[in-house]
Design a protein around this ligand. Structure first.
Ligand code: F6R
Length: 616
């Protein structure tokens, strides 16, 4: 989703902004722009300045092509836009200006009352040029400005309903940037004589690893010398500077053609990282210190509700199955977007798990806040350290998968699973799981990297499969039990990066409707491990074959019965039933990747999608 960056310091601001925006590309965007303040004398400390604005629909490369090389100017703001209000055009791209052209703003979020504000401002004589909600902020700041930019921004945001990560600069305030946050992420980067402000750390990691996370309701005044944070009532807020553990190299493609492919291959390392230091062989249990709950409190948990969106939601569905079957705790998974508005019943004994790779998904964050407001205890299962969900959770588990840059989530899914499997082990060992079962479970977890490395060797077979099937208009992904959510995830991957219509279903459900879709050009991708439902799934495969539907099967090595029915077979090494989701999802990720390649799609930044979904 929209990304913002601001810079003030001794270096050329245009270059700092453009390279920062490049790092924010992964969030998903359709246009971009920068505003650079140029001191008229060319001196960094001159008090006279003008703003130069460059905005362009399309990729950052298009923006770069219109920004003069060696553009003077030492402070500025930039934006990648993911359109919400108003089409994808140069005019609708940020930054937006006020009527004087002296105030520039970049905004991430949605101004819900922008129509009323716009009407009021138009009556006062303000001229609007774009169709965006964001432009009202520039004019609002203008309407309140009497010489103090920070006060004008505070007056403006106090009238705004909605969400914002906002950056404002003024030509008469050289080297000063004002930032304000409500519901959209914002982080400061502290350098040597230079300061950064952005929607996430990736925009500044090449320059500093010292960061300050902003909270809702905070306003920041940034100059090259430092930062000052206050609330809307001008009360100063003490902030601590934290270090980032991610390395710049982790954000590079490292020789792979795409981030997605790199991240698929990384799973062999990212899964053990999620488990590192968390397995207790002596007790055959898991150690999860960040939960902030005593054993007694964990034992008092009577029900678990998982909330998440997209791929994280499917990880939650796998976990719900596991928690119920191994820990014997009733567990349901809910779409955070629905849970929030359903007026959920929060009862004593219920524990909530919010799963989010980015830690910024607004639907999940808002559901978390609603549950906490009602007195619910919410644990976060997140990847991005310091992001909003883990900071606002009552405790949780970081999955440590490292930066996930491709829009389509792959390694975060399996690392979420790894963290949730550890949580299940912990809960199960406090209840019905005996020590030998705990030991066996740990062995299953430890076998994952080796098995996944073997599965990755199937890449050429999956590439060939994609060559054969990529022109199909529609796919069914079918699985059962713990692999039903994996079928949903397989369908989601194919939709989002190959733009092929795909539906995920329980294999048992097809006869209740979807079987009507079957014809010789609609392939069904079956997930059929050697588990207690295998024979039933084989019968479902035969039902499809009888109707001349092509059948692809993902099954356990050596399964002749499956091979006898399917047109194409991909195999995975044998494992205990509960570990099959890890084994099954990898080939589905690779299949989607190769289909997308065949179809010439933009694999890492698929159309219309955003990595971090910070608007409702
Ligand atoms: C799919 C995908 C999305 C995210 C969803 C939630 O590949 O990436 O469906 O899973 O937007 O995002 P997080 O996990 O950041 O809350």
């Amino acid at each position: 989703m929209c990304g913002i960056i601001g810079y003030c310091g001794p270096k050329a601001a245009s270059e700092m902004l453009l390279s920062g925006l490049k790092r924010l590309e992964y969030r998903g965007y359709d246009s971009s722009g920068i505003s650079v303040g140029q001191q008229n004398s060319g001196e960094p400390h001159s008090s006279e300045a003008t703003l130069s604005i460059y905005k362009k629909e399309g990729k950052i490369a298009a923006l770069r092509s219109i920004v003069p090389q060696e553009l003077p100017g030492f402070w500025g703001i930039g934006h990648t836009r993911w359109a919400t209000h108003g089409g994808v055009t140069d005019v609708n791209a940020h930054p937006h200006l006020d009527c004087t052209g002296e105030i520039a703003i970049c905004h991430n979020g949605i101004i819900e009352n922008y129509m009323a504000l716009k009407e009021r401002l138009e009556k006062e004589g303000h001229q609007f040029v774009s169709d965006t909600d964001s432009e009202v902020v520039a004019h609002l700041v203008e309407s309140f400005y009497t010489g103090n930019l920070e006060s004008a921004v505070k007056a403006a945001v106090s009238l705004i309903q909605g969400t914002y990560g906002l950056l404002v600069m003024h030509a008469q305030h050289p080297n000063e940037i004002i930032g304000a946050r409500n519901g959209s992420p914002m982080v400061l980067g502290v350098g040597e004589g230079e300061m950064f402000i952005a929607s996430d750390v990736s925009a500044m990691i090449a320059h500093t690893k010292q960061v300050v996370y902003c909270e809702d309701g905070e306003v920041v005044r940034l100059t090259p010398q430092g930062f000052h944070v206050t609330d809307l009532k001008d009360r100063p807020i003490d902030k601590s500077i934290e270090g980032i553990s991610w390395e710049l190299e982790e954000m590079e493609k490292d020789g792979y053609d795409h981030y997605m492919l790199k991240e698929i291959y990384e799973q062999v390392d990212s899964i053990p990282r999620a488990m590192s230091g968390r397995l207790d062989d002596t007790q055959a249990a898991a150690v999860l210190g960040g939960l902030n709950m005593s054993e007694r409190e964990l034992l008092a948990v009577k029900r678990i509700v998982i909330l998440a969106a997209g791929t994280s939601y499917y990880a939650g569905r796998v976990a719900a199955y596991l928690l119920e079957s191994l820990a014997r705790i009733p567990c349901t998974t809910e779409l955070a977007s629905e849970l929030r508005y359903r007026n959920p019943l929060v009862e004593e004994g219920t524990l909530y798990l919010a799963i989010s790779q980015s830690g910024e998904t607004i639907d999940t964050l808002m559901a978390l806040r609603e549950l906490q407001r009602k007195g619910g205890r919410v644990l976060g299962i997140c990847n991005v350290v310091g992001s909003t969900i883990p900071r606002e959770s009552d405790g949780g588990v970081y999955i440590h998968s490292g930066p996930e840059i491709a829009v389509a989530s792959t390694k975060a899914f399996t690392s979420q699973l790894a963290a949730l499997y550890l949580f299940t082990l912990k809960m199960a060992r406090m209840r019905h799981m005996a020590w030998p079962q705990g030991k066996r479970f740990i062995s299953g977890l430890r076998a994952l990297p080796g098995n996944l490395a073997q599965i990755l060797q199937n890449a050429p077979a999956l590439e060939a499969l994609a060559q054969k099937y990529h022109s199909a208009e529609s796919f069914l992904f079918l699985g059962r039990g713990i692999n039903f959510p994996v079928a949903l995830e397989g369908a989601l991957k194919l939709k989002e990066i190959a733009y092929i219509h795909a539906e995920g279903y329980s294999a048992a459900e097809i006869k209740h409707g979807p079987i009507a879709l079957i014809n010789p050009s609609t392939p069904s991708f079956f997930i059929v491990p050697d588990d207690h439902l295998r024979d039933k799934v084989i019968s479902n495969m035969k039902e499809i074959k009888a109707r001349k539907g092509p059948v692809i099967a993902l099954c356990t090595q050596g399964d002749q019965a499956v091979a006898a029915v399917a047109d194409d077979v991909i195999t995975v090494p044998p494992c205990d039933e509960e570990f099959t989701p890890f084994h099954m999802v990898l080939p589905l990720q690779l299949f989607a990747y190769y289909c997308a390649l065949q179809l010439g799609r933009d694999v890492d930044q698929p159309r219309n999608l955003a990595k971090s979904v910070t608007v409702e």
